[in-house]
Design a protein around this ligand. Structure first.
Ligand code: DI6
Ligand code: FE
Length: 402
């Protein structure tokens, strides 16, 4: 029989309904085998419940564990030099066109040993975990050939094995054109398509992503990747409409994409397609901030169309070198004008949906016992403090992490 654990003396923010914080004061939760079995006011705890283990949460605020549903955590080197160039006036796309940008990280990643990649990615994942993240997506996309993409996906899988958090891996081989295929984008896409069945067979990727942009791949090329993903039985996502509107979101939604991400330039047709296709809109305020973009994603139109909105760090060395989940929440509110409750739903229940996960993101019976105790009095403080709002205590599948 699995251990039955009681957690008491918490202010719960359950997000259990479709709207509202779902606050429960003087609350308790009971978990068994890593799953929540009972959630409610302590005064209503069923009598005669046999409890094996008990945690007192000291009156702290408890939210569902945070879900960071879009990161590029595995890479070599960094791009602080490029940051300086951009501050001096160089454009992100210009740097990419000159062979810098993503390709400079590809060079550093290919040169890094497996151990270096693993040790650096593990540190980054630990920072996320310390910040309250209990489920983390990690994309490849800095290998850009079969062997290096596989290496990066293996490193990502290993992070999920050595740390208690859940890691979902995404193959982003169609991220940029590797130098050995310069001028032959279609040939590179053929190769990428041929890798997908092997990735699925080896269980290395939970989803397939691509970058639809003038500096990356066009919709015809992306569609070929999506067809191959479908053939391999893998769900898709897309980096769409970040720097321009190419109609990527519409295409992705037609392929039942779990999510379309970035979306600053998303148009009305894209919003409608996402609503019809059931794709989550993943907004990435860190990249918007770091690239000093001015085009805001169409938050109001997404809301009105009923498209679930998620927020993520987009952690990567080029456009969003951030490792603070609560700073993502803050930026989602300050930059994109999300309401604090929308922002928190965006890093819990909606982010879980963007990963195809429906067993987490709320505090309710049947959900995983992934939650975080914060030294705060109200969940709006998660969005208010700029960055880390004091040390939090994550519990994963019911067990405290420290
Ligand atoms: N969009 C992004 O924000 C990252 N990738 C992408 O397609 C940035 C990647 C980088 O600059 O290294
Ligand atoms: Fe990204």
């Amino acid at each position: 029989m699995s251990t039955r654990t009681l957690y008491r003396d918490a202010l719960l923010c359950t997000l259990a309904g479709d709207a509202g914080w779902g606050l429960v004061d003087n609350a308790a939760m009971v978990a068994e085998g890593g799953t929540l079995r009972w959630v409610g006011a302590a005064s209503e705890l069923p009598a005669h419940l046999e409890i094996d283990e008990e945690y007192h949460l000291g009156g702290t605020l408890v939210t569902p564990g945070l879900v960071d549903c879009h990161t590029h955590l595995v890479y070599g080197g960094h791009r602080a030099d490029e940051f300086e160039l951009r501050l001096g006036g160089a454009g992100y796309a210009d740097i990419a066109a000159a062979g810098g940008g993503i390709l400079s990280t590809v060079r550093a990643t290919r040169m890094a040993s497996d151990e270096r990649l693993f040790a650096d990615a593990r540190e980054r994942a630990m920072a996320m975990l310390r910040g309250g993240v209990t489920t983390l997506e990690i994309k490849s996309g800095y290998g850009l050939d079969f062997a290096h993409e596989v290496r990066c996906l293996r490193v990502a899988r290993r992070i999920g094995e050595v740390l208690p958090l859940t890691v979902r891996t995404t193959c982003l081989a169609a991220h940029a054109l590797p130098p050995e295929y310069a001028g032959q984008a279609d040939a590179y896409i053929d190769h990428v398509c041929s890798w997908l069945p092997r990735l699925a067979e080896q269980d290395l990727a939970d989803a397939i992503d691509a970058f639809c942009e003038a500096i990356a791949f066009d919709t015809a090329q992306i569609e070929r990747v999506f067809k191959a993903a479908r053939g391999a039985g893998l769900p898709v996502k897309l980096h769409a409409e970040q720097l321009s509107c190419l109609g990527g979101a519409e295409l992705a939604a037609a392929y039942g994409a779990l999510s379309c991400d970035h979306l600053e330039y998303l148009d009305a047709a894209g919003v409608a397609a996402m609503a019809a296709g059931g794709s989550v809109a993943v907004l990435l305020p860190g990249a918007f901030y770091f690239l000093r973009e001015t085009q805001l994603p169409p938050v109001r139109a997404l809301r009105e169309a009923g498209v679930p909105i998620a927020l993520a760090s987009d952690h990567n060395p080029g456009s969003s070198p951030m490792l603070s989940p609560t700073l993502v929440l803050n930026m989602g509110c300050t930059l994109f004008r999300l309401r604090p409750e929308e922002a928190l739903r965006g890093m819990t229940v909606n982010a879980a949906q963007a990963l195809g996960l429906h067993d987490r993101g709320r505090l309710a019976p049947g959900q995983r016992a992934d939650f975080v105790a914060w030294p705060l009095n109200h969940p709006n403080e998660l969005c208010y403090w700029i960055g880390q709002p004091g040390a939090c205590r994550p519990f994963i599948a019911g067990a405290p992490w420290s």
